[in-house]
Design a protein around this ligand. Sequence first.
Ligand code: FE
Length: 207
Amino acid sequence: MTRSEITPSPAVTVPRSEAEIAARMKALEALMIEKGIMTTEAVDRLADIYENEVGPQLGAAVVAKAWTDPEFKARLLANATEACAEMGIGGLQGEDMVAVENTDTVHNVIVCTLCSCYPWPVLGLPPNWYKQPAYRSRIVREPRTMLREEFGHDVPDSMEVRVWDSSAELRYMVLPQRPANTEGKSAAELAELVTRDAMIGVAPVRA
Ligand code: FE
């Protein structure tokens, strides 16, 4: 391999299309298997776990429990990792999770400005837009405008918007507000209302 072949071009360091990202992933996977760092079975199992077992339905159950059990909610806000562990939820990329609560006066939204850090055990793998530079830079610069223009989520001017920058050390999730007129609902029914986007903070929970 010549030197010019191993010098990354901008197109290589910043993949532009889905096809390019997929090709890079395949190449990385092949290399890790070839070097004995990972096995095909491990890769398949990991993909299966995050496609079928771990996902926002787990975060939704956490949110619904917090809405219906004030003591659990207090524990969740004090230490999200420990509170989630009570429900058997935890693991990779969730070693230090923090739940931030939406209130009548504060709306929270999460981002990873550096890359794509995200609380996997409660939300699964991040959506593509969460990983894109457009979201990562603009949500910090003008969160209110971006929420309105890109997500159709109007946060009233009277409310403060807080943007939380996740990292490899701390990963945030939003505890959304429980919608009105849901008094009679069970935790399981409430969980069905809670979406991934609501726990990222780009959408409200609707009854
Ligand atoms: Fe990151």
